[in-house]
Ligand binder design. Sequence first.
Ligand SMILES: [Zn+2]
Length: 328
Amino acid sequence: MPFSEIIGHERIVDLLKRTIRSGKIAHAYIFEGIPGCGRRKTALCMIQALYCTDTRDGDACGVCTSCRKVAAGNHGDVHLVSPLPDKRDISIDQLRELQRDLSLRPYEAPRKACILEPAERLNTSSSNSFLKTLEEPPGNALIILLTENSDILLPTIRSRCQLIRFAPLSSEHVQYLLEKNGQDSITASTAAQLSEGSMDKALALDSHSLAEQRAALGKQLSGVSLNRIASLFEASESLSGSRDETLENLDLLLSIIREHIYNATGCPFGSNNDHTTGLSAGVSLAQAIRLADALLETRRAVQRNANAKLALDTLLIKIAGIIPCPAA
Ligand SMILES: [Zn+2]
């Protein structure tokens, strides 16, 4: 699992490789980003690159014994600390045990390393008990805190760590990773659209029900009479719900349109085009791009807490303007 396998965080990977080559590694890092965006994987890649017996240009070889142990999660010098199953927070006892482990001589690596996740589960007393370790980790150990929001951490913790911010993955990157995971391209495209940049979220989505939802939505919209305002408003009524439900419907529609755009541009996109019937059937590439723009604009408005029903009314009227009505 060398850095070359990290997708979508090229700037961070470059920075970490440069740091490793220079040997000027900080004691402690905060990797901030949503769960499933690649923080943990990048942390493990960093540890792998530090431990690898055959590093190349600041990156791990991925095949030496050390690399394989880190990737398999059974390297004796890597400690992963998370709240115990029945506990909310990372306890002081866990941190004491970690401090003890870090103060022992490494078994085989040049230094020990630990990943604390999620770091926002360090409460005030455990944070305070951890400060000294963060400042001067025993044996030059590397400490990486994973968090969704570093502002939640105590300022005394933040000031002792180098902060690295991870952006959510783009839906293209999520789709690529899902396909690499064996998902078919239509399912991967739909899940990617709904993932909000998180592989954890994308993998948790039920692919079967997603396909059904998409098909139902496509069918529902194919019955809309674009030249009848009552029909447009009925469709908008059925698409709107809570903010999250509305966003999910818009994401499903976007996945249908994106797929149509891929198909229209000759980009290979799976063999099953059943789901592109309905809304996007008979739509040209230029129209599909305008539809995608209108959907994205509506999505942004709903995200900013615009009234979902009004935003969808506007969207449906725009769609009617983009797609010409078949002659009666
Ligand atoms: Zn290696």
